[in-house]
Design a protein around this ligand. Structure first.
Ligand SMILES: Cc1cc2nc3c(=O)[nH]c(=O)nc-3n(C[C@H](O)[C@H](O)[C@H](O)COP(=O)(O)OP(=O)(O)OC[C@H]3O[C@@H](n4cnc5c(N)ncnc54)[C@H](O)[C@@H]3O)c2cc1C
Length: 414
């Protein structure tokens, strides 16, 4: 059973790469009984498959590894994604915030378009075939892939097995083992886009209250290591919202997040303003003064309660230490990280096959010619907003285009 290309994994990366390979005998191996399980649950079943922002701005949406994706994203852009789906009967709906969905808001439509396209191209997909071993036969210049049922050989191999988050969808980190078997280095996988739980969380009853574009700083061993901006949300169990989720890739157990809930640049600037406000509002209660600030009432009430101050206390008799405490709770509120949600709740996996050993221009292994990587198995992870599925499509397409560009006889003469 010899093929020109074997693609391992029928998620968005594997499907798009398989249908983009031209004039070659392609086999897709999928360990589940059906394709694209994760794609189906993406975006709460609505599938936010890309974003309408300018493609050059995409590079900032993948943490530190955005530049690695440049060639892939420019080779198959967000516009190309929308055009591809339009040509295959799926119109796009661009939401106000830039997120792009199928107009039907049904992820099944997206998956069906990919699978129908694959069928039309005559690509063979085998389900219930989990690849558990990959080797390279130097003599015959072939990759050999062993599954739970059989063995297959090919001159090109695309590993598109996803990361290790939401493992019940099929992505259980197998790709890392396969890549290691063929000599690749794995950057320690870490959960990302994941809920964060804090020690002694006191904001349960504020669930649903959100803040726009606030500043968060990350402290490790009493040193500030990162600063982020974005929208924030209190939930029943912890802190969330894009600013927390998108930066969870950097957060570890034991870290401290200092959150500035005010619109002031930093705690020092807020302190100057707050001191003046309190000193010039002697006859007003602290409750009345806080009401004038641009923050949800229930939140400021909670802060006064946490500070152990009677909300009717007049500003004239507010002690300096009380003022300082309130200032800290509002502008540098400390949340100690108890734990992250784990791979079962992480939407994506950071880490994976090291980008140092993959050509960003082709997605081909720098160690083994003919072997390619596509999608989340690679060490990149995107923010929320359609960036992960777009990256899966773009890396899958680039891998396929690179195989297409190889000389016609490459399959025999690798
Ligand atoms: C709840 C949730 C919501 C999400 N929502 C969005 C969203 O709205 N927008 C967005 O951009 N991203 C979203 N994501 C992330 C996005 O779904 C993934 O980044 C994307 O699916 C990755 O694509 P992939 O093809 O690399 O991997 P996957 O989609 O994980 O596909 C990998 C495939 O490989 C198969 N496989 C694994 N091991 C083997 C093996 N050994 N042999 C054969 N087959 C194997 C798996 O069964 C699976 O079918 C979401 C993720 C989750 C969990």
């Amino acid at each position: 059973m010899k093929y020109d290309v074997i693609v391992i994994g029928a998620g968005p990366a594997g499907l798009l790469s398989a249908l983009s390979v031209k004039n070659k005998k392609v086999l897709v191996l999928e360990k589940n009984k059906e394709p694209g399980r994760k794609l189906l649950i993406s975006g709460l079943g609505q599938c936010n498959y890309t974003n309408s922002m300018d493609i050059e701005d995409f590079l900032k949406m993948y943490g530190r590894n955005g530049r690695f994706l440049k060639a892939a994203l420019y080779n198959f852009t967000n516009i190309d994604t929308m055009n591809f789906f339009s040509e295959n009967g799926v119109e796009s709906f661009i939401r106000e915030d830039g997120k792009v969905f199928p107009a039907s808001m049904k992820s099944s439509e997206v998956l069906n378009a990919l699978v129908n396209c694959l069928r039309k191209m005559g690509v063979e997909i085998l389900y219930d075939e989990g690849a558990n071993k990959a080797t390279y036969d130097e003599l015959n210049k072939m990759y050999l892939v062993k599954t739970n049922k059989s063995s297959y050989a090919s001159t090109n191999l695309i590993i598109a097995t996803g990361g290790k988050s939401y493992p019940h969808t099929g992505s259980t980190g197998d790709g890392y083992k396969l890549a290691e078997q063929l000599g690749h280095t794995i950057v320690e996988p870490k959960e990302a886009l994941v809920p964060v739980y804090t020690v002694n969380y006191k904001f349960k009853e504020l669930a649903g209250i959100s803040f726009e574009d606030i500043k968060v700083s990350l402290w490790r061993n009493n040193r500030k290591s990162e600063e982020f901006n974005g929208d924030f949300l209190f939930t029943h169990t912890g802190i969330s919202g894009p600013v927390i989720l998108n930066n969870s890739r950097y957060i570890e157990e034991g870290d401290v997040l200092k959150i500035n809930f005010t619109s002031f640049k930093n705690s020092e600037e807020f302190k100057k303003h707050f001191d003046n406000l309190i000193l010039s509002s002697g006859k007003l209660s602290i409750k009345t003064v806080l009401k004038q600030m641009d923050m949800p009432k229930r939140f400021t009430e909670k802060i006064v309660e946490m500070a152990g101050i009677d909300e009717n206390k007049l500003c004239s008799i507010l002690e300096k230490a009380e003022r300082k405490n309130l200032c800290g709770l509002l502008s540098a509120h400390e949340f100690k990280i108890e734990r992250l949600g784990g791979f079962n709740t992480a939407m994506v996996t950071a880490g994976g096959v090291s980008t140092r050993e993959i050509s960003s221009k082709t997605m081909e292994s720098k160690i083994r010619p003919g072997m390619y990587f596509a999608g989340e198995v690679v060490d990149y992870d995107g923010d929320t907003g359609g960036f992960n599925i777009q990256a899966a499509f773009s890396t899958g397409k680039l891998a396929a285009d690179s195989i297409n560009k190889k000389p016609a006889n490459c399959c025999q003469s690798l």
